[in-house]
Design a protein around this ligand. Sequence first.
Ligand SMILES: Nc1ncnc2c1ncn2[C@@H]1O[C@H](COP(=O)(O)OP(=O)(O)OP(=O)(O)O)[C@@H](O)[C@H]1O
Ligand SMILES: [Mg+2]
Length: 238
Amino acid sequence: MDNNIQLELKNVTTVYGNNKMLLDVSIKIPKGECVCLLGNNGSGKSTLIKSILGLVKIIEGKIFFQGEDITGEKTYKIIRQGISIVPEGKRIFPKMNVLDNLRMGAYKDTDKKEIEKRYEPVFQIFPRLKERLTQVAGTMSGGEQSMLVIGRGLMSNPQLMIFDEPSFGLAPVLVQETFNIIKRINDSGITVFLVEQNAHMTLKVSHRGFFLQKGQIIASGTSDKLKDVEIIKKAYFG
Ligand SMILES: Nc1ncnc2c1ncn2[C@@H]1O[C@H](COP(=O)(O)OP(=O)(O)OP(=O)(O)O)[C@@H](O)[C@H]1O
Ligand SMILES: [Mg+2]
C-alpha cells in the first residue's frame, strides 16, 4: 500500500440499470496534489464522483481512501473519513442565513470549540461571508452563493475536497477567482479533485489530470503534458 495516495479508483465499472457507465476506470490522487478530471458533457464525470461517494452501483473494481477500502460503504461513512464535496450547481440552504449554512458544513462534528476554530480560515478566504453572516443565503448573488458552498465544504475540515464543475455558469471574472480560491485551498494542504470542463484554467491549477470519454479514461498525465495531448487539444483548444 502506498501511503502517499489519498484516493484511488482501481478498475471501477459502474452501471445505471443495465447500462455500464464507467468502464474499468483507474485513478490515483496523491496526497496534497490538485488532480483534475476533464471530460465533455455526459462523459461520466459526475458519475465518477458519485461512485466515490457510494451513490452509484459499482459492479467491478474497488475504491480506496487513504488505503482503506470504501467500496460499497454508506455515503455518510465515506464523507466522515474526511471527504468534502462541492456539488454541481449552487446547493445552499436558501432559507437559512449564511452563518447557519456554514455551520451545516460541520454537522458531523460535535466539539463546539473545534468548530469555532474553523470559521476564521474560511473568512480569510471569503471576507464577504464574514460581512454577511445574518443574510438569508437565498438572497445572496450567484457568485456569493458559490463562495458559500465552498466555505461550507471547508467547515468539515476535509483532507480531500472534490469540486464538480465549480466554474460552471459563472461570469469570467468569477471563474478566475474560483480557480484562485481552489489553488489557495490546495496550497493550504488539502488534496483537491477538480472535475471541470474548463480545461484551460484547470490545467493551470492542477498538478496532473485524467481525461474521461464515454466512461473511459483515454488520457492521463501531468497537466503540462496533458495540454499537448492531441485528443485534449482537439476537444478544448480547437
Ligand atoms: N441515475 C441515472 N440513471 C440513468 N442514467 C444516468 C443517471 N445519471 C446519469 N446518467 C447518464 O450517465 C451519463 C453520464 O452522466 P454524468 O452526469 O456522469 O455526466 P457528466 O460528465 O457529469 O456530464 P456534465 O458535464 O453534463 O455534468 C449521461 O448520459 C447521463 O444521462
Ligand atoms: Mg456532471
